[in-house]
Design a protein around this ligand. Structure first.
Ligand code: ADP
Ligand code: MG
Length: 679
C-alpha cells in the first residue's frame, strides 16, 4: 500500500490493532499525526567508541559482538537479569539487562549489534540496559535519538520505527509558510524541519528544525490574532450603558467588600462595555485574588453573555455561584454532560432554543458551547476564564460569529504575564491587574514533608477536620501503576480510610468517573458533606471551596511548578489559616529545587520566573504546564521569534489580496479553526 498523509497509522508495518489503539491514546490516528508527534527530549548517542576507549557515565554507541549471554539466577525471583559480555577487537565489556529475558533469543552468541547507553562503575565497568539494534540501522543508537511520550503497551522502538517510516513521505506535506519568509530567514522547509526534529543529524540541524516549527506556530498564532484584530476593528459592539445604581446594589449583596484592585478592574471593564467598540481586556490576578466576582459584575450589567470555563467542574461551579449571585437573571449551563437552565436540568434542544430566543442572560459552559447549532450571534460579552487553557482558534471561533457585530471580550488568567509580553502575544489589548488578595488572607503554610514526619502531618490533617475544616489530597495517578511508583487515588484512598483517617468521610474524584458522579462528589465536598477529597489534578484550576484548609500533594515531584502553585491555590481562600504539604516520593536535585521554590514563595509572578530559571535550556519545547499560554512548541524564551512572526503577519496582511495569493495560509488557518469542532 502506498502511504499518504491521511493513511491510518495501522497501515504501517508493525502497527497492529493494539498498537493503533495505543497510538490513538496519545492522539495519533494518521501518518500526518505521527509526523507531528515531536519528541519531548533527545538522547545523544552519536558518539561511537571502541570498548577499550569507552568513557564512563557518558552516552555512547558501541558496535560489538556477543561473546557470551545468559540468564543469571537471581535471589529475588521478581527481577530477571540477563548477563552478557560483548567484544569488539579492542576489548570486552560486561553488559547487564533487567527484565528482558527474551534478549537471549534476539542476541545470540556471535551476533553483532550496535549498543547505546551509559557505562557505569557501580559493580565494575558495566553497560547497563543498553539499547541494541542491527549495526548500521541508526534509528535507536549511533545518533541523536528522539525520545517520545508513550502510552499503553507502545514501545519506544515501535514508535520510532513508525515515525521513521512516516518520514519517507514527509515531502508530500505542503509548506504553507509564505516563501518570502522561508527565503528571508533562510529556514529549512517544513518537511526538512520535521525530519530533523525527529532524527537530527546534528544539534545545529535540530535547532534549525525546532526554530522552524516554533516560527510556524507563532506565525499562525499571529495571523489568527491579526485577523481577529483587524476584523474586530471594523465591527461594532453592543453599548452596555453604565448603571451605577444596579451595580452598587449588586455589589452590596455580596458577602464581602471588594478589594481596591477589584473595584478598579470592575470600573475599567464597565467603562469599556459602555463603548460601541469591542472591548479586548485581559484580567490578570493570582490564584484566589477574586477574578470571578469581577466577571460577575460585568455579567450582571450585560444581557447575553457567554462565560467559557476550561473544565466541566469549573463551569458547574461558576454556574452555581452566578445563579446564587444573580437570582433574577436566567443563567444557563452547557457542557457535554451537564445542561441546566437556572437550577433546572433541561434537554439540550430545549436550551438551544432558549439561547436562540434570547431567553438566556448568561450562558456558562466549556468548549461545548462552541458546537454547531448554538446561536451565539448576538452575544454582547464573552468571558474566557483561565484563558490560556483555550486555543487561539477556539477564542477566534467565539468572536467571529457575525459580520457586523463583535462581542466585548474579557479574558482572565492567573498566569502572570508582564504587560510587554502580553502586548507581544495578543497585540493591542487592555490589562487589568488584581495585585492584592482579599483582606484577611494569611500566607499558606507550605512545607515539604519528609517520610519520618508524615504520621505527624496526618495527625494535623485529622485535627483540622475535627475542627470542621476540609482537606484535598492530590495524586498524580488514578490507578496504581507498577512502572512509575507514583501514588494513585485508589491506593491513597484505601490507605487513609483503613488507617490514619479512619472513620472520616473520604471520597475520590478523577476523570474516569461519570460526569454526574463527578458533579455530585464535587458538590458534596463544596457542601461540607465530605471531609477529604482524594483527587487527581481535575481540581487544579478554579475550584473554590473556602472551607478547605489543607492541600496534601502526593508524589509532589511529579508536578510542574506552575501546577503546584495552582493546586496550592485551592486552599487559603478564606481568612482561615491554610496549609499545603508536599510529599515527594523520590527527589532529584531538580525537583527538589522546584518544591523548595513553592515552599519559599507564594507569589505566582516570582514562581513563574523561578520556573523559567529552573527549566534552563534542557527543555526544547514548551508544554501545557509551563504556564506560557497557547503554545505547543514555543516557550517564553522565544519572544524575539514571536516579534518577528508578528511583524511578518502585520506586513503580509497589508496586502489586500494576501489570502488569494497564499491559499495555503488560508487553508492552514481554516484547518486550525476546524480543529475546535472535532473535539
Ligand atoms: P480566582 O481569582 O482564583 O478565580 P475566585 O474568584 O474564585 O478567585 O475567588 C476566591 C475566593 O475569594 C472565593 O471564595 C470568593 O468568593 C472570595 N472573594 C472574592 N473576592 C473577595 C473579597 N473582596 N473579599 C473576600 N473574599 C473574596
Ligand atoms: Mg478562577
Amino acid at each position: 500500500m502506498s502511504l499518504r498523509l491521511s493513511t491510518p497509522a495501522s497501515g504501517l508495518p508493525g502497527i497492529g490493532d493494539k498498537a493503533a489503539l495505543d497510538l490513538a491514546g496519545i492522539g495519533i490516528k494518521t501518518i500526518r499525526d505521527l509526523l507531528w508527534y515531536v519528541p519531548f527530549r533527545y538522547d545523544d548517542f552519536s558518539r561511537h567508541v571502541q570498548i577499550a576507549k569507552a568513557p564512563i557515565d557518558t552516552p555512547i554507541t558501541i558496535d560489538a559482538r556477543i561473546k557470551s549471554i545468559g540468564l543469571r539466577a537471581s535471589t529475588s525471583s521478581r527481577v530477571k537479569i540477563v548477563d552478557a559480555v560483548i567484544e569488539d577487537g579492542s576489548g570486552e565489556l560486561k553488559v547487564i539487562w533487567f527484565n528482558q529475558p527474551y534478549l537471549l533469543k534476539t542476541l545470540p552468541v556471535g551476533s553483532k549489534h550496535s549498543f547505546a547507553g551509559l557505562i557505569d562503575h557501580r559493580f565494575g565497568k558495566t553497560f547497563s540496559n543498553p539499547i541494541h539494534e542491527p549495526v548500521g540501522q541508526n534509528v535507536n543508537t549511533g545518533r541523536i535519538v528522539p525520545v517520545y511520550g508513550l502510552s499503553g503497551g507502545l514501545t519506544m522502538r515501535k514508535l520510532r520505527d513508525a515515525i521513521q517510516r512516516s518520514l519517507t513521505i514527509v515531502d508530500t506535506l505542503s509548506d504553507w509558510l509564505p516563501s518570502e519568509i522561508v527565503e528571508d530567514k533562510s529556514m529549512p522547509t517544513l518537511a526538512t524541519a520535521l525530519a530533523s526534529v525527529h532524527f537530527p543529524n546534528s544539534h545545529e540541524e535540530l535547532n534549525r528544525g525546532i526554530d522552524r516549527l516554533k516560527f510556524d506556530e507563532l506565525f499562525l498564532h499571529q495571523m489568527l490574532f491579526e485577523e481577529v484584530r483587524r476584523d474586530r476593528k471594523t465591527k461594532t459592539a453592543t453599548v452596555i450603558p453604565i448603571d451605577e445604581v444596579s451595580t452598587k446594589t449588586f455589589v452590596s449583596t455580596l458577602p464581602f467588600t471588594l478589594t481596591r484592585a477589584q473595584k478598579v478592574a470592575a470600573w475599567e471593564i464597565l467603562q469599556d462595555l459602555a463603548k460601541p467598540v469591542p472591548m479586548n481586556r485581559l484580567l490578570e490576578g493570582d490564584v484566589g485574588s477574586g477574578k470571578t466576582v469581577v466577571a460577575a459584575i460585568a455579567v450582571q450589567a450585560a444581557d447575553r453573555s457567554v462565560y467559557l470555563a476550561p473544565t466541566e467542574i469549573l463551569a458547574t461551579q461558576q454556574h452555581k455561584a452566578f445563579c446564587k449571585m444573580m437570582s433574577s437573571r436566567n443563567i444557563a449551563l452547557l457542557t457535554h454532560n451537564q445542561i441546566y437552565f437556572n437550577s433546572e436540568k433541561v434537554k439540550r434542544a430545549e436550551l438551544v432554543e432558549k439561547i436562540s430566543n434570547g431567553e438566556v442572560d448568561c450562558l456558562i459552559g466549556t468548549h461545548a458551547v462552541l458546537q454547531e447549532g448554538i446561536d451565539l450571534s448576538r452575544t454582547s460579552l464573552v468571558i474566557i476564564d483561565e484563558q490560556h487553557r483555550f486555543g487561539v482558534a477556539q477564542r477566534h471561533a467565539l468572536l467571529e460569529r457575525d459580520p457586523h457585530h463583535a462581542p466585548h471580550l474579557l479574558s482572565m488568567t492567573a498566569t502572570p504575564i508582564p504587560r510587554s509580553l502580553a502586548l507581544t502575544i495578543y497585540g493591542d489589548l487592555e490589562l487589568s491587574i488584581l495585585d492584592e488578595l482579599p483582606k484577611g488572607r494569611k500566607p499558606i503554610g507550605t512545607a515539604m514533608v519528609p517520610v519520618e514526619q508524615r504520621v505527624g502531618m496526618w495527625k494535623h490533617v485529622r485535627s483540622e477536620i475535627e475542627q470542621g475544616r476540609q482537606v484535598f489530597v492530590i495524586c498524580p495517578l488514578i490507578d496504581p501503576s507498577d512502572s512509575l511508583g507514583s501514588k494513585s487515588v485508589t491506593d491513597v484512598e484505601k490507605m487513609l480510610s483503613k488507617d490514619i483517617l479512619k472513620g472520616l468521610r473520604i471520597v475520590t474524584l478523577h476523570g474516569k468517573l461519570k460526569s454526574d458522579e463527578k458533579q455530585k462528589r464535587n458538590e458534596d465536598f463544596r457542601d461540607g458533606k465530605i471531609d477529604v477529597l482524594v483527587s487527581t489534578t481535575v481540581v487544579e484550576v478554579g475550584v473554590d471551596v473556602p472551607n478547605a484548609t489543607v492541600m496534601v500533594i502526593m508524589s509532589a515531584e511529579r508536578f510542574g511548578l506552575a501546577q503546584l502553585h495552582q493546586l496550592r491555590g485551592r486552599v487559603g481562600r478564606s481568612d482561615l489559616q491554610s496549609y499545603c504539604y508536599l510529599l515527594p516520593d523520590d527527589l532529584n536535585p531538580h525537583s527538589n529545587n522546584r518544591l523548595q521554590a513553592v515552599v519559599e514563595s507564594q507569589n505566582g509572578f516570582e514562581l513563574a520566573e523561578r520556573d523559567l530559571e529552573l527549566r534552563g535550556a534542557g527543555n526544547v519545547f514548551g508544554n501545557a504546564q509551563s504556564g506560557f499560554p497557547d503554545f505547543q512548541f514555543a516557550t517564553s524564551a522565544d519572544v524575539p521569534l514571536m516579534k518577528q512572526a508578528r511583524d511578518w503577519a502585520q506586513k503580509l496582511l497589508l496586502d489586500k489580496d494576501f489570502f488569494e495569493t497564499h491559499p495555503l495560509v488560508r487553508a492552514r488557518i481554516e484547518e486550525a479553526l476546524e480543529q475546535i469542532h472535532l473535539e
